[in-house]
Design a binder for this molecule. Structure first.
Ligand code: GLN
Length: 192
C-alpha cells in the first residue's frame, strides 16, 4: 500500500474529523495553514465550517493565490459543505467580499435548506461507492447548476445535486466524516 501524504486545510472547520478519516486509510496527514505546507501534499481536503471565515483566513494567511494555483494545476481536492462552496466557480449569494478558490464549474447556493430544515441526516448514494452513505447536512449548500464537464455523483430524492466531480476535484454538500466514514476520502485518493 502506498502511504499518501494528504493535507487538510486547517484554517477553520471540522479539521479533526477529516484527519481521523484520512489516517484510517493509512495516509500521512498534514494540517495545511501556510503555502509551504500546501507544497508537501498530494491531495487536499477543504473541510466544512463557515466558508466566509475560511476565505477571510485564507486571505490573512496568504493562501488564496497558492490554493487557486495548485487547484488550477491539477491538485486533487475534496471539499465538503463550506469546502464545496469554496471550490465553486460561482457563489450565488456570497457574503460581502466572499470569493472562492475555483476548481468546479458549478454555481452553489449557500444555506440552501432554509431555517426550518437547515440541518438533517439522511442516507444517500454516491457514484463510485458501494451501498449507501450516512450524510449529515448542516446548513448545507446546494449545487444549483453544473457545467458540461462536471459529473453529478450524488443527488437527494428531490433531484437536488449534492455531490459533483470534475477531473480530480470532488465536492459534496454533506458531512460523511462525522460518522467516521472515509469512503469519499478514498475516492479522492483514487484520483492521485
Ligand atoms: N453554511 C456554511 C457556509 O456558508 C456551510 C456549513 C457547513 O460547512 N456545514 O459556509
Amino acid at each position: 500500500m502506498v502511504n499518501h501524504t494528504i493535507g487538510v486545510l486547517a484554517l477553520q472547520g471540522d479539521v479533526r474529523e477529516h484527519v481521523v478519516a484520512l489516517e484510517s486509510l493509512g495516509c500521512k496527514v498534514i494540517e495545511v495553514r501556510k503555502p509551504d505546507e500546501l507544497e508537501l501534499v498530494e491531495a487536499l481536503v477543504i473541510p466544512g465550517g463557515e466558508s466566509t471565515t475560511i476565505f477571510k483566513l485564507a486571505e490573512v494567511f496568504g493562501m488564496t493565490e497558492p490554493l487557486r494555483k495548485s487547484i488550477a494545476s491539477g491538485l486533487p481536492v475534496l471539499g465538503t459543505c463550506a469546502g464545496l462552496i469554496l471550490l465553486a466557480r460561482e457563489i450565488l449569494d456570497p457574503a460581502s467580499g466572499q470569493q472562492s478558490f475555483g476548481g468546479l464549474d458549478i454555481s452553489v447556493r449557500r444555506n440552501a435548506f432554509g431555517n426550518q430544515n437547515d440541518s438533517f441526516e439522511t442516507e444517500l448514494s454516491v457514484s463510485g461507492i458501494e451501498g449507501s452513505i450516512k450524510a449529515a447536512f448542516i446548513r448545507a449548500p446546494i449545487v444549483d447548476s453544473v457545467g458540461e464537464s462536471v459529473e453529478v455523483i450524488s443527488t437527494l430524492p428531490s433531484g437536488q445535486i449534492v455531490g459533483v466531480k470534475q477531473g480530480k476535484v470532488i465536492g459534496i454538500s454533506f458531512h460523511p466524516e462525522i460518522y467516521g466514514d472515509a469512503r469519499v476520502h478514498q475516492l479522492l485518493i483514487d484520483t492521485i
